[in-house]
Design a protein around this ligand. Structure first.
Ligand code: NAI
Length: 344
């Protein structure tokens, strides 16, 4: 039986990991605590650790894990900015789940757009209080409107196709346009100038950091609706707040926020939020925030557990695995993975 210490366990993670663990002879010990220098000793006696986005797998933690005999770190997410892969190289193998359900994220983006446009979030609260007035709940027909999709990868394509189904015009921008797609690819400036709604589906990189800022928002239509289910850092949150206050931006739907790591996935009710920008955004009637829940469907959770447990089995089978984070080259993202073996 392979034994894995599972950090930052949430009630929604446990059933799928128990199911796949049982089928694949992997026993998980579920800890609510996040992995960090204080909690690393909980991994004693285990073969590997399973972590999520807010576990801190820094150099010190890796050193300690290695001295405890931990052989692998399996991330149950795609992003790996919280793992010092360089420090792990030669000591501990690191794996991730690159994709779990693009439908989940795209459908969440659409549901945020629909909710905000038709003020469903307001209507829900009103009718519960027997307020059946319609004042202030007017939306627009999506049919015939133009949506700008930034990033036409797995999620962006599904989002764009759903919007086409509504009878919307889709304008697309991608750093690497896909010639196989019959989208109307335009420059970013054209997309900003002509879109009624803009949805972000590109990764966060040095280049895309704060791509939605004062300058880009000044090029947009007055009343534009912005949807971000990608990464918080794509939007300069202070600039967004100002553009909402100035009525330039009609609404914002945010499933991600650039300073989310100490806020999201936790019950903070009863606490005072120190982040003034976030607090102000939350107080706006035309800002809808969900706490990084776009991925959260049964299918995605099953895919995450399936791939993570498969990554563990691959480790023992000595097989090469595309999901292993490699430090052979200086740029992990561009690693071509031509080797037919494990990272080290
Ligand atoms: P993907 O890799 O299939 O597509 C990304 C697309 O963005 C590619 O076509 C790429 O060429 C394009 N791109 C790269 N740099 C760009 C730039 N600077 N400007 C414009 N386009 C650029 O990725 P996928 O699976 O569609 O995911 C998109 C994003 O969704 C991820 O990067 C991730 O941040 C986010 N995500 C959010 C989740 C959530 O729960 N909110 C869950 C999973 C992913």
């Amino acid at each position: 039986m392979i034994k894995v210490a599972f950090y930052d366990a949430k009630p929604y993670d446990i059933p799928s990991f128990e199911k796949y663990g049982k089928e694949r002879n992997i026993e998980f010990k579920f800890y609510e605590s996040k992995l960090n220098e204080d909690t690393v000793s909980l991994a004693k006696g285990y073969d590997g650790v399973c972590v999520f986005v807010n576990d801190n797998v820094n150099e010190k933690v890796i050193k300690e894990l290695y001295s405890l005999g931990i052989k692998f770190v399996v991330l149950r997410c795609a992003g790996f900015n919280n793992v010092d892969v360089k420090a792990a190289f030669g000591k501990i193998h690191v794996y991730r789940v690159p994709a779990y359900s693009p439908y989940a994220v795209a459908e969440h983006a659409v549901s945020m757009l629909l909710t905000m446009n038709r003020r469903i979030h307001k209507a829900y609260i009103r009718t519960r209080e027997y307020n059946f007035s319609l004042s202030g709940l007017t939306g627009v027909d999506l049919h015939g409107k133009t949506v700008g999709v930034i990033g036409t990868g797995k999620i962006g394509q599904i989002f764009a196709n759903i919007c086409k189904g509504f009878g919307m015009r889709v304008l697309a921008y991608d750093k690497f346009p896909n010639p196989k797609l019959d989208y109307e690819y335009v420059s970013l400036d054209e997309l900003f100038a002509n879109s009624d709604f803009i949805s972000l589906h590109c990764p966060l990189t040095d280049e895309s950091f704060h791509m939605i800022n004062d300058e880009s928002m000044s090029k947009m239509k007055k009343g534009v609706g912005i949807i971000n289910t990608s990464r918080g850092g794509l939007i300069d949150a202070s600039a967004l707040l100002n553009q909402i206050k100035s009525r330039k931006v009609g609404f914002a739907c945010l499933d991600v926020y650039e300073e989310e790591s100490n806020i999201f996935f936790q019950d903070k009710s009863g606490h005072i939020l120190d982040d003034d920008v976030f607090r102000n955004l939350l107080s706006m009637p035309n800002v809808l925030v969900t706490s990084h829940q776009a991925f959260l469907t049964e299918e995605a959770l099953n895919n995450i557990a399936d791939t993570t447990t498969q990554n563990i089995l691959n480790y023992y089978a000595q097989e090469s695995n595309e999901n292993e984070l490699c430090y052979h080259c200086s740029n992990i993202e561009n690693c071509k993975r031509q080797r037919k073996q494990k990272c080290f």
